[in-house]
Design a protein around this ligand. Structure first.
Ligand code: WTA
Length: 652
């Protein structure tokens, strides 16, 4: 739920850090002073302190060809070495890297030494399959330790991973494989979700078969982890079992250094137009900022903390705060395969009690669903190990923030609301645990070394106590380096609106102290349970169905998921059914099959007309009013002013 502006203005609660917490915190207000004394020098210091460089860099930022930034350009490092080998060499091989818990309750404990050895073997296997630096590898896996191993093994040999969320359909997977020209797909037979095995390998088979033999994919091998024990088909020569191949490999592999700007990964995310964008991240700057934010926002104490970020590795939060940030910092983590309420609604709290989790990083949508289920559930577990709580993915409403702090955090833990995006790579606006006096509902202040502003449509800075559009005003180390294969789209999407500034697509408000309250998307991108979906993508899935003539999709307010997908559809005269209920069910299922279950509309309304301006543009604003049950706004620019009345009548 996007917090109403009125609510925000009345939100007066403040939570200063306790003296005890502040006294032991990693961060202090000095970080802000150092950063404002010299932003670039500040990041160079962080890069040197937090990472191991095979070749130290001598230049910090090259912004001579904006918006294409180069950070630490002449330095060399190996990202996987930074996340693994150096900890083992420092004598920390026995430290637990992952406390993994499968949904059915099976467990694995993986130390840094074990993780390092497994990554080395997997790297050797990838090399033997012909993968070299710069090649792309798609990863389509459940939340199992092999997912982390696969990402690091790809990174170790300088290849580029493209992780595709396991909930995406075969055709979403295929379009991502094609766009990146991936040579290998790493998947599993299936994974556990909601009490049953969700098959994955069959979706890979379907993806690769799409378009028939005359339309072969770029994929040469499919490496399959055995997890679900579900039956799978096998293409010999192409398909390989992980458990047969990886253990047979040499456990030694020397990490080679790569340039700081060497590509690390591509991650596809929704934009305002149809096809997802392959957001490109590189090595040195990215790793610096994820390590810095992980250490200072969450006050990570690697020796004693148990960190749990609940995000799937298919999203950027899983990349930055399950894999790269925590492992670069030598943290101990919990990794959980399943859903929060299987086999019982207290599963997460049980895991926190069991592993003595100190730091929980999750999304408002999860918090709201726990609120709905009732406080008795978490209160039945010992959650006293928790000392920092984090929120990410969408605006957190003050009620949920307070509930999180009181019921989960026992009233004392700092709650950090972290704003960032797939494109920013790492946290940009957030409180620092132990430093910032927090405000429920606000992401508050840019982290040290980051500069943001809230501007008017004309690009003028807005004063305190007013709203506008959120921009980042200076290049930052973890910034996206481009959109895979499409430099023009990169410029146009993010840099064309406001000269020299990055436009994030979010609306925001500055409060009386000049702190930031992010209000949500201002473009045609929806945020459903913290997952980005574009209206255009879902519309094109809908019109791909033979019954559909036209479709318009909007994000409606939804108490549980923040926003929900609502579609308005005009059927073709030739449609096999004009029974509204069955057409709507068919189309909801069609979207789920085309894109994935997360995109399934909450409702599909079959209508006769869509509201259009005289130039033929669909007025989504009016449809949003209908979807939210509000009075419909100004219709005077419609070509046919009667349309909205007809639609409102249909929907009711
Ligand atoms: C939204 C997820 C308010 C925002 C890391 C952004 C937030 C989009 C917050 C990026 C927050 C993320 N408060 N809104 N703390 N965090 N958002 O790329 O609209 O999946 O643009 O990255 O999520 O989503 P993405």
């Amino acid at each position: 739920m996007v917090p109403e502006i009125q609510n925000l203005l009345h939100e007066a609660r403040r939570f200063p850090p306790t003296q005890e917490f502040a006294a032991q915190a990693n961060a202090s207000s000095e970080l802000y002073e150092q950063a404002s004394a010299g932003r670039e020098e500040f990041w160079a210091d962080q890069a040197r302190q937090l990472l191991h460089w095979h070749t130290p860099f001598t230049t910090t930022l090259d912004w001579s060809n904006p918006p294409f930034a180069k950070w630490f350009d002449d330095g060399q490092l190996n990202v996987a070495y930074n996340c693994l080998d150096r900890h083992v060499l420092a004598g920390l091989g026995d430290r637990v890297a992952l406390h993994w818990e499968g949904e059915p309750g099976d467990t694995r404990t993986v130390t840094y030494a074990e993780l390092t050895a497994e990554v080395k073997r997997t790297a050797n296997l990838l090399v033997s399959l012909g993968i070299t630096a710069g090649d792309r590898v798609a990863i389509y896996l459940p939340m199992i330790p092999e997912a982390v191993v696969a990402m690091l093994a790809v990174a170790r040999i300088g290849a580029v991973h493209s992780v595709v969320f396991g909930g995406f359909s075969a055709s979403s997977l295929r379009s991502r494989i094609d766009d990146a020209n991936a040579k290998v797909v790493i998947t599993a037979d299936g994974g556990w979700r909601k009490g049953k095995v969700m098959p994955l390998k069959p979706a890979v088979d379907a993806a690769l078969a799409q378009g028939g033999p005359e339309n072969p994919s770029s994929v040469e091998h499919v490496l399959v982890v055995k997890r679900g024990d579900n039956e799978v088909e096998w293409t010999s020569g192409r398909d390989l079992w992980w458990h047969e191949e990886v253990p047979a490999m040499d456990a030694e592999h020397e990490a080679q250094p790569f340039a700081a700007e060497h590509p690390l990964f591509i991650l596809y995310t929704s934009g305002t137009t149809g096809s997802p964008k392959g957001i490109l991240h590189t090595s040195g700057g990215y790793l610096t900022q994820v390590a810095f934010t992980h250490r200072n926002v969450f006050d990570l104490k690697a020796e004693t903390d148990v960190f749990w970020c609940t995000a799937d590795i298919g999203w950027v939060t899983g990349h930055s705060y399950v894999v790269y940030g925590p492992l670069a910092n030598g943290a101990t983590q919990v990794l959980y395969e399943g859903t929060p309420d299987v086999p019982h609604p207290g599963r997460w709290w049980e895991l926190i009690e069991k592993y003595k989790v100190t730091t929980l990083y999750t999304a408002p949508t999860a918090i709201r669903s726990f609120m709905k289920a009732g406080r008795e559930i978490p209160l039945g577990f010992d959650l006293t190990s928790l000392r920092v709580l984090g929120s990410v993915g969408e605006p957190i409403n003050p009620e949920a923030w307070i509930w999180y702090q009181e019921i989960i955090g026992g009233g004392l833990t700092p709650v950090v609301d972290t704003w960032w995006q797939t494109e920013t790579g790492a946290i940009m606006i957030s409180a620092l645990a132990g430093v910032t006096t927090t405000k429920p509902g606000s992401a508050q202040v840019p982290i040290p070394g980051i500069s943001v502003d809230v501007v008017s449509e004309a690009g003028q800075s807005r004063p305190k106590n007013s709203g506008g559009l959120l921009v980042v005003t200076e290049p930052w180390p973890a910034m996206l380096r481009g959109i895979w294969g499409d430099p023009e789209r990169f410029k146009k999407t993010y840099w064309d609106q406001f000269e020299g500034k990055y436009f994030a697509g979010d609306g925001a408000r500055l409060d009386r102290d000049g702190e930031v309250w992010v209000l949500g998307r201002v473009d045609d991108v929806m945020n459903v349970s913290g997952h980005r979906l574009s209206t255009a993508e879902i519309e094109s899935a809908l019109v791909s169905h033979h019954m559909v003539a036209e479709a318009a999709v909007v994000g409606a307010e939804d108490e549980a998921t923040g926003q929900a997908v609502v579609a308005f559809v005009i059927l073709k005269r030739s449609a096999d059914t004009h029974d509204v209920a069955s057409a709507s069910d068919i189309l909801r299922a069609h979207v789920a099959a085309e894109i994935g279950a997360i995109a399934r509309p909450r409702s599909v309304f079959i209508v006769q007309e869509l509201p259009k301006t005289r130039s033929g543009k669909i007025m989504r604003r009016l449809l949003r009013d209908v979807a939210d049950g509000r009075e419909v706004g100004d219709t005077s620019t419609l070509a046919d002013t009667q349309v909205m009345q007809t639609i409102s009548d249909t929907v009711r």
